[in-house]
Write a protein that binds this ligand. Sequence first.
Ligand SMILES: [Zn+2]
Length: 269
Amino acid sequence: MSVNRIYLLDHGKINADMGWFLPTPMTAEEMKNPKPRSWVSVNVISVLIEHTDGIILFDTGIPDKTEEKWPQMALNVFPVSQFSDVNKMENQLKLIGLKPEDIHFIVFSHLHLDHAGNLEVFKSFKPSVIVHEKELKYALLNVWLNKPVPYLMRDLEILRDMNVVPLSSEYLEILPGVEVYLFGGHTPGSLVLKLRTQNDNNYILTGDFIHVPEELDFESKGWLLGNAEEYYTRIRLLKSMMRMPRTNIIISHDPKLWEKYPKAPKELK
Ligand SMILES: [Zn+2]
């Protein structure tokens, strides 16, 4: 009963102002002669976990045809800079010999539009969908209030017809070696997933609690910081988890992710 294989699925890239990810204080002196804004191209992934007791998908990436499915505001702020046929969910699964109906569990780090796309691919197969109830409440409330939030009603509508398991605790071991922790910080229901493989290697999947690796040094986040109190305490917890033996960290949007880890169909060690 263990995690047998882990695959990182490549769903392309989006561009974003670095200010979303890292704090960029400006001095009065700089105001007179502002530095050019710096944009960064970040990866979009989901993670496929083959466990003896079931197949788990962590997040579902972005869909194809975002130009039709995303509001213009999202396309302006987070333009999709790389996405081709191979990045579609079905084709990423095909690379490892799987089909959407093979997935038993979907675990959402959170429900932002770059993590909860592609639900339509899975909806008729009724996998169990684990999402923190704080995330569901926050997403639904803010979409309902027409707030400019990166949640899509279309994702939430599809989710309603799925087998959603709203998580209410701060910790859950879904299957042996597959642990979910409520970290918050970015969104109220942001989850971090910790995996222990059959070879006793540990992988921590940060979702968007961490967006880019530099945050670990700054111990802070840019405009995407949701709750500073949660963030400042849990980043220390995360760093202590990272110091455990044989532990690796997977930061979903890491611009250099593919220099550190292989893409599917290669598996993580
Ligand atoms: Zn994201």
